[in-house]
Design a protein around this ligand. Structure first.
Ligand code: FES
Length: 213
């Protein structure tokens, strides 16, 4: 219960395998989300309690509201499509990275209505930097992670034995809103050790302290 007495309660017991993309449509008063691994789009109307879901032809990674509220822009695993919520008609717009072992991942509309999205590599071996971030829990909310990983990769290409100061200087242009720089630094140190051919051990069980760059 919050300080002003409001109480949170469970609206939908969806049991999604990987629920993401919670989006409120103010025009229709409905709430949308996707179960990526379940390949299913969900809608919930809090006024009526009605819950609707649509099976997707493949994993639905992301979606966006459209100017016409009867449509959604879908970011499916391999392509973009418009989806008519009334007729269920799917209109394919474009294939994304055909021939590559990737799928769409997160996406959002900007304030001009442009849909910006990323893709992720599937079934690939993790790089040393990716392994380091995973082992040391450097991912946290993930917002700054792509930039941190690219910065770390660039740093380690030129210096496989960076000091903590080198790492702090390298990532100083990337702000982490989670302010969890400790694990990010450990992740890069972990990656450096792997690149040097050592066998780094994870320190993620060690107590954490809040440090900012
Ligand atoms: S991990 Fe959340 S912003 Fe850096």
């Amino acid at each position: 219960m919050s300080e002003d007495g409001r109480r949170a309660s469970l609206a939908v017991r969806a049991r999604c395998a990987l629920g993401e993309g919670a989006t409120w449509c103010a025009r229709t008063g409905r709430f949308y989300w996707t179960d990526i691994e379940g390949s299913r789009l969900y809608r919930y109307d809090p006024c009526t309690g009605e819950r609707t879901s649509w099976a997707m032809p493949e994993r639905l990674a992301t979606f966006a509201l459209c100017a016409d509220p009867h449509y959604l822009l879908l970011g499916l695993a391999t392509h973009l499509a418009f989806f008519d919520l009334t007729t269920r008609e799917m209109r394919r717009i474009v294939e994304v990275e055909p021939g590559l072992d990737t799928r769409l991942n997160d996406g959002r509309c900007d304030r001009q209505g442009r849909f910006v999205f990323g893709t992720k590599h599937e079934g690939a071996t993790l790089s040393a930097v990716q392994t380091g971030f995973k082992a040391e829990h450097g991912l946290q909310c993930g917002f700054c992670t792509p930039g941190m990983m690219m910065t770390a990769t660039s740093l380690l290409e030129h210096n496989d034995s960076p000091t903590e100061g080198d790492i702090r200087a390298a990532i100083s242009g990337n702000l982490c809103r989670c302010t969890g720089y400790v694990n990010i630094i450990k992740a890069i140190q972990h990656a450096a050790a792997e690149i040097r051919g050592e066998s780094p051990t994870s320190s993620h069980d060690a107590p954490l302290t809040a440090v900012t760059t």
